[in-house]
Write a protein that binds this ligand. Structure first.
Ligand code: ZN
Length: 258
């Protein structure tokens, strides 16, 4: 199993530090929005940076890329279809990031929706999904359509149940409050909400999650469930024959949910 540690940045971002399986003194970072916390974590853990992976172009994901790449002279991997802060190894769907020197290999998945060129990295039973999937939630549709985002979530949901999902933000508690509003009868949601409330009261970290868990608690992965469709249709006031229509109603509801 990969050894992955969270590095906190800004108010609720996690920058993920992945230790190289074949060289325990080196690590890869995913979405370093800020170089400072990464430098501190590397120093504290006695690690050298070996590569940078980027999921999408938002500043809280790329803000530290240039400084880290210059300081450490490492390769940056990023989405081919988005503007990156520096030269990157441009990746698109189906590409493989293969670093035998580190014992790491990730398959690249195009997951448009939050942004149009957003990619995710899957390998070693782990998924680094940026702002596409959150625990009990999903990213806002800044650039893509509901159809695109649901398509991306469907592809993620096809990965094995025990896939560990490293989301980029600590949004789980607020997401679960919303999930409980969508499915007040979902005991998995209610039980997880209680556990997460306690964990967050101690400033604990709720990630990684697993896909098996998300399938039970995440309303955006549950658009085909009759109960979710029914509540979306009641909100819309008309039938919603397509899962993407259900997704669009739930996503818009969440955007205004407090
Ligand atoms: Zn983003």
């Amino acid at each position: 199993m990969l050894e992955v540690t969270p590095v906190r940045a800004f108010s609720d971002n996690y920058l993920w530090l992945v230790r190289a399986p074949s060289d325990e003194r080196r690590a890869v970072v995913v979405d370093p929005g800020d170089a400072g916390p990464i430098e501190a974590a590397l120093a504290q853990q006695g690690l050298r940076l070996a590569a940078i992976l980027v999921t999408h172009h938002h500043p809280d994901h790329v803000g530290g890329v240039q400084a880290l790449a210059a300081e450490h002279g490492v390769e940056v991997y990023g989405p081919a279809r988005e503007r990156m802060p520096c030269e990157v190894r441009a990746l698109d769907d189906g590409d493989v990031v293969s670093r035998a020197d580190l014992g790491l290999e990730f398959r690249v998945m195009a997951v448009p929706g939050h942004t149009l060129g957003h990619v995710a990295y899957y390998g070693h039973g782990a998924l680094f999904c940026g702002d596409t999937l959150f625990s009990a939630g999903c990213g806002r549709l800044f650039e893509g359509t509901p159809e695109q985002m649901l398509g991306s979530l469907d592809r993620i949901a096809a990965l094995p149940d025990d896939t560990r999902v490293y989301c980029a933000h600590e949004y789980t508690l607020a997401n679960l409050r919303f999930a409980a509003a969508v499915e007040p009868g979902n005991t998995d949601v209610l039980g997880t909400l209680e556990a997460v409330r306690e964990l967050r009261a101690r400033d604990g970290i709720t990630l990684p999650t697993t896909l098996g868990r998300e399938r039970r608690i995440n309303p955006f992965l549950r658009c085909r469930e009759p109960a979710v469709r029914a509540v979306a249709e009641a909100r819309a006031g008309n039938p919603l024959p397509r899962p993407a229509d259900v997704f669009a109603v739930i996503r818009a509801w969440k955007d205004g949910f407090r």
